[in-house]
Design a protein around this ligand. Structure first.
Ligand code: 1GP
Length: 246
């Protein structure tokens, strides 16, 4: 049986087409409440909170409860490790970094975190996480053997494996602030086979690219660094959201 947040995501995709989930990194963002509020007003469907190097769970939890009291859309954890778990969120991308060379990031952290997630009543969204390319923090921290950007067939193989292992979400990740994004060609190759919710992120900063990824089959586009770094982020986020909706 699907739970509340997953049902909501599926119905939003049905209604709106490709969704945008802004990512707030609790350690780099000072103005998280106002960002979350503005993003919701601009049409974001959910807020991801997380990052590869979160170390302060108390700060994370406080930030999430403040965000939650200001918005209606779900707050979903995007953990890089067990330190990224907070009972205050609505759901968690329960991710396995499938192309890691370190079993800790494939099943170890998951086992350590599972009981806390159960006790907190957090909704787990079973997610295959694939890191494409090299040199980003997620790649380094996760001991990823990055799938080369041009090896579409490798991404397809892992994606289908994720589906066969029961993962209803798949995240193609170029890494936060990446210079190169996951290509529309890779997204469309994966989409031909993978039958779950396809999330794409890393280095997406403008509507033109977001539109191409949406046309290629992305169901959710994640935008993080652009919101943190660009003075015109509201205008650009609005363009992104408008360009990917049905
Ligand atoms: C990172 O995919 C997300 O995990 C978002 O990437 O910060 O480059 O938007 P950016």
């Amino acid at each position: 049986m699907l739970n509340k947040v997953e049902k909501y995501i599926l119905s939003e995709i049905e209604k709106k087409g490709t969704l945008c989930f802004p990512l707030i990194d609790s350690e780099n963002t000072l103005d998280s409440i106002s960002i979350a509020r503005k993003a919701e007003n601009l049409g974001a469907s959910g807020i991801l909170v997380g990052g590869s190097s979160i170390h302060n769970q108390i700060e994370l939890s406080e930030m999430i409860s403040q965000i939650k009291s200001n918005i209606k859309i779900p707050v979903i954890l995007f953990p890089g490790n067990i330190t990224g778990i907070s009972p205050n969120a609505d759901a968690i991308l329960f991710m396995s970094l499938l192309n890691s060379e370190n079993p800790y990031f494939i099943t170890g952290a998951q086992a350590l975190g599972a009981m806390g997630i159960k006790k907190a009543g957090l909704e787990p969204l079973p997610t295959g996480y694939l890191i494409i390319g090299e040199g980003t923090t997620a790649w380094y921290v996760g001991y990823a053997r990055g799938i080369p950007f041009n090896k579409l067939n490798l991404a397809v193989m892992y994606s289908l494996a994720a589906q066969y292992m029961g993962m209803r979400f798949l995240y193609l990740e170029a890494g936060s602030g990446a210079n190169q994004n996951v290509s529309p060609e890779m997204v469309s190759a994966v989409k031909k086979y993978y039958e779950g919710v396809l999330i794409v992120g890393g280095g997406i900063r403008n509507a033109e690219l977001a539109k191409k990824l949406s046309n290629a089959g992305a169901n959710i586009i994640v935008v993080g660094t652009m919101i943190e770094n660009d003075d015109k982020w509201e205008e650009k986020l609005s363009e992104i959201i408008n360009s990917i909706k049905k």
